[in-house]
Design a protein around this ligand. Structure first.
Ligand code: ZN
Length: 79
């Protein structure tokens, strides 16, 4: 069984968690998953971005939700 890496962003703190998914069960950017955030120390509704570098470079972060997530990531990186 093959796996791919995918990244999710915590909507509360902007922390990025990497998980593995089985190929064929990959989710699109914007998928929401309940996942434990070790920064918040709780399960949060994390936003799937697949690949943070590609996500940040992508110019089609058009919808409001993606813009918010992008801002969170950038703010966290600057800390
Ligand atoms: Zn968090």
């Amino acid at each position: 069984m093959k796996y791919i890496r995918t990244e999710l962003v915590c909507p509360k703190c902007g922390n990025i968690t990497t998980i593995q998914r089985k190929i064929g069960k990959a989710k699109k950017v914007g998928h929401i998953k309940d996942l434990y955030c070790y920064v918040c120390r709780e399960v949060t509704k994390q936003y799937e971005i697949n690949d943070v570098t590609k996500f940040l470079l992508s110019s089609n972060n058009q919808n409001q939700e993606e813009k918010e997530i992008r801002k969170l990531i950038l703010e966290r990186k600057n800390k």
